[in-house]
Design a protein around this ligand. Structure first.
Ligand code: ADP
Length: 486
């Protein structure tokens, strides 16, 4: 469509290094495709390892001046970027739908959610403080202050092209750190557009550098081993996170890791079933199920399991599947063929072990990479679907007999990002908060993400927190000074 081409023409196609948009030094390019049609949307620069080091050079060169820039001024760049993003809301939403596939209404929701990190951290920039005290012996004064950690490298995934970028860029800039960001090769256009927004609001050159590449590993290696780099923040899969942590260890980097999840969604016999179904649909089908916070395992009390599954199946049967730009579409394409194959393998494995498909259960035969929204019930212990992130529109239902069993099943995973639980019993809710091994919880809520809240996991779901008061501390290091009494 004409409006799509016009928008794509406004997206930069180069690398953003030291305030200039430049081609890759090798001339290499990479094609970005629409997963709903498999058509090429735009061809952009694909950085070499040398380009990555040039981007780091720029971040290092800008570091001292940015750290010394008054916090209010740093915050105002973020605030201006937020305001401009809100003016361009429909453009950014369309861009995300084109490169990632999510329905346009959800993309618009991500502009608001992702934009909030810019506003939240514009306000946090001026609240970085320390403390001054007398030591217990009374022999001296202690001063505790905060300094920016230094140049940062960010690697982000394709599922939330805007929010995953702003969630890292905003706190880093607020804290006084400079940045090199490498978005996922599948959805780099939104990050390039964010670079353009910061350019338009006059962010000084070199504070934010962007490299896009189809060789993430080769480009990231030299950056991670460069002693000038001080921080790595990664969002993506646990295996890649583990490999990056090993590389970061050689350089003793500060790290923040937002890795995989395997969220349980508990429905107790005393739950408000209307609310549980509504929450389940949000927790499962938001972003076509392609979220680390997506409900992965529905664990439902045996007395309400049939009614819950029936109601979910009815709702799913009403979902419109299509390109995210089309009116009324709830389920867009998955990101690529591999994502479709993975979802299908998990469903087929569950069925082989005895589960029943209530609806869906197969790829959709049409251009693009679509998987039918699916409900499988009676999923038995040991099925692969209970161990692996589905990352697709598949509801998997297992039953439990009592609260102890529910908690045991919920915690039976190496992941610990988020758990959802629906119950009207307040005491039970409080027990669950204490007993579920996760960094986050939705208690009678199917949505948890918010810029003001500390997002993050325990166990193999990651390290550190993004958002909230905690978010900026990922980019600050504490300095303590001892002085004699005055
Ligand atoms: P997903 O499964 O969501 O695609 P990945 O962990 O594979 O998640 O990818 C997340 C990000 O990590 C992307 O930007 C990708 O380019 C990058 N990436 C993947 N593998 C590596 C690697 N070995 N080294 C550095 N970056 C990587």
């Amino acid at each position: 469509a004409a409006d799509e081409s016009a928008l794509l023409a406004t997206v930069p196609d180069g690398l953003l290094i030291a305030g200039r948009w430049v081609p890759a030094s090798s001339g290499a390019t990479l094609d970005v495709r629409d997963p709903a049609t498999n058509q090429v949307l735009k061809t952009i620069a694909s950085a070499t390892p040398e380009d990555g080091i040039l981007a780091l050079d720029a971040a290092v060169a800008a570091a001292d001046e940015w750290a010394a820039t008054p916090p209010r001024v740093r915050g105002e760049y973020l605030r201006s970027a937020f305001d401009l993003l809100m003016e361009r809301k429909s453009d950014v939403a369309l861009l995300m739908t084109l490169e990632m596939g999510k329905p346009l209404a959800e993309a618009a929701g991500e502009v608001v959610y992702g934009g909030e990190f810019l506003r939240w951290f514009s306000e946090e920039a001026v609240r970085i403080t320390g403390r001054y005290g007398i030591n217990p012996e009374g022999t001296g004064r202690t001063i505790v202050s905060q300094r920016p950690v230094g140049p940062c490298y960010f690697i982000t995934p394709w599922n939330f092209p805007l929010a995953m970028a702003t969630r890292k860029i905003a706190p880093a800039l607020a804290a006084g750190c400079t940045v090199v960001i490498k978005p996922a090769e599948l959805t780099p256009l939104t990050t390039l557009y964010v670079g353009k927004l910061f350019e338009e609001v006059g962010l000084p050159s070199g504070v934010l550098n962007i490299i896009t590449t189809h060789q993430s590993k080769a480009v990231s290696g030299p950056i991670l081993s460069d002693p000038r780099l001080r921080k790595l923040s990664f969002t993506g899969s646990t295996p890649v996170g583990i490999s990056l942590l090993k590389q970061a260890a050689d350089n003793v980097l500060r790290t923040s890791m937002e890795l995989g999840g395997n969220a349980p969604f508990l429905v107790f016999e005393d739950a408000d079933l209307d609310k549980a179904v509504e929450g389940a649909l949000l927790a499962k089908f938001r972003n076509i199920g392609e979220a680390c916070t997506a409900a992965n395992r529905f664990l439902v009390h045996e007395s309400v399991a049939e009614e819950f599954s029936t109601r979910i199946t009815e709702a799913v049967n009403g979902f419109v599947v299509g390109r995210g730009t089309e009116e009324g579409v709830r389920i867009g394409p998955l990101i690529n063929e591999a994502a479709v194959a993975k979802a299908d393998e998990l469903v087929q494995d569950a069925v082989r072990r005895g589960a029943t498909v209530q609806t869906g259960g197969a790829p959709i035969d049409r251009p693009g990479t679509f998987y039918a929204p699916t409900v499988v019930t009676g999923v038995v212990a040991g099925s692969d679907i209970l161990r692996n992130e589905i990352f697709g529109p598949v509801v998997s239902v297992t039953t439990f007999a009592d609260e102890d069993e529910a908690i045991r099943l919920a915690n039976d995973t190496e992941y610990g990002l988020v758990a959802y639980a629906f119950t009207k019993d307040l005491a039970r809710g409080q027990r669950l908060i204490e007993k579920l091994d996760t960094g986050m919880m939705g208690l009678n809520s199917g949505v948890i993400s918010n810029a003001s809240a500390p997002f993050g996991g325990v166990k193999q779901s990651g390290l550190g927190r993004e958002g909230g008061f905690e978010g900026i501390h990922e980019y600050l290091s504490t300095k303590y000074t001892m002085t004699p009494n005055p």
